[in-house]
Design a binder for this molecule. Structure first.
Ligand code: ZN
Length: 334
């Protein structure tokens, strides 16, 4: 049975992105695959009145089950209303759809937005696949994110050894031919908690911490110039907060040289045509840091509610911080 996203109380990204590009802020795109994470996201977005994109990756679908995740998103809308958010602006988005069939099934299943990631394909094949997805999705008023340029790093099964920056000279042709609603680009972000090797970084002399290479803002600027006002998306944009890495490592963890994108660079990107910023690893780190610390402090605890409560609180704190201090999306969904 087909379900429309409007029946679930969800919205697509069209109006959200138009406002974000105009207003010089970015919408948070948070991945979720469990209840505590979803509660933290909805609490954070309700309190800050921030629109939000709930993302489901292939890994999340395998882990939590697609049907359950969809009902959780529907529940999230009702939960937000219960918390006092009169008109929740919540998108349910497929992250890194890898085939027409997967995208179609999500459209039929109540997702309000899908990504078709053909970035690993030859250019013309990426165009053809994206165009096919757009045609089906738009029939159902579902918006489509496409990708041009390849990110380094690993996110679920999407992997690439090297990063190939998006070629600004291709973007007009790609958007025109495919009709996609937003475009994920490669300007030096990457997936996971190890975005750069120590060799790619410099070291802060005072703190001894790794300083990653800057994002390619010249490419972003060139793309903005080719596509004025067109919504741009950044994947792999966790900052890998070093305080979480420290807590994890001080409590039995082992995350050597984990490093992400500095928040001031993301802040700068959010003010440009970048209107969707994907954050996943930071919530994993927040959760793990809180759980590890809780177990170290309370070795006798075994009720999951005892250690998932502080984990949820830490994730919420992190989400609120991103919304207010990095993305600037607070009070945009009153
Ligand atoms: Zn991604």
């Amino acid at each position: 049975m087909k379900v429309s996203f409007t029946d679930l109380g969800l919205v697509n990204t069209r109006e959200m992105f138009a406002k974000a590009v105009k207003g010089g802020y970015a919408i948070p795109a948070f991945n979720f695959n469990n209840m505590e994470q979803l509660q933290a996201i909805i609490q954070a977005c309700t309190e800050t009145k921030s629109p939000v994109i709930l993302q489901v990756s292939k890994g999340a679908r395998n882990y939590a089950n697609q049907t359950l995740l969809r009902y959780m998103a529907q529940g999230a809308v009702e939960y937000a209303k219960e918390l006092g958010w009169k008109k929740p602006q919540i998108v349910l988005h497929l992250d890194h759809g890898d085939s027409y069939e997967v995208c179609k099934s999500c459209v039929d299943f109540g997702f309000s937005s899908v990504m078709i990631d053909g970035s690993h394909l030859p250019y013309e094949e990426n165009v053809a696949l994206t165009k096919k997805v757009v045609k089906y999705a738009h029939k159902h008023d579902v918006t489509v994110e496409a990708e041009l340029g390849v990110l380094a790093g690993v996110e679920d099964e999407v992997s690439s050894e090297v990063s190939h920056y998006t070629k600004p000279e291709e973007v007009i042709d790609f958007v025109k031919k495919t009709g996609c609603d937003s475009l994920a680009i490669s300007i030096g972000t990457s997936h996971g908690a190890y975005k750069f090797t120590p060799e790619q970084c410099t070291r802060d002399e005072e703190t001894g911490r790794l300083v990653p290479p800057p994002l390619a803002f010249d490419i972003l600027k060139a793309i903005e110039k080719k596509l004025p006002g067109f919504p741009i998306v950044l994947h792999g944009s966790s900052s890998v907060p070093q305080e979480y890495v420290d807590i994890i490592n001080a409590n039995g963890g082992k995350l050597p040289n984990a490093v992400g994108i500095p928040e001031e660079q993301l802040r700068k990107a959010a003010k440009s045509a970048v209107c969707k910023i994907n954050i996943d690893s930071d919530s994993r780190l927040a959760m793990t840091a809180a759980v590890r610390k809780h177990f170290a402090d309370n070795p006798g605890h075994f009720d999951p509610r005892q250690y998932l409560k502080p984990a949820r609180e830490e994730m919420k704190k992190m989400y609120v911080h991103k919304i207010i201090n990095v993305l600037g999306s607070q009070n945009k969904a009153r």
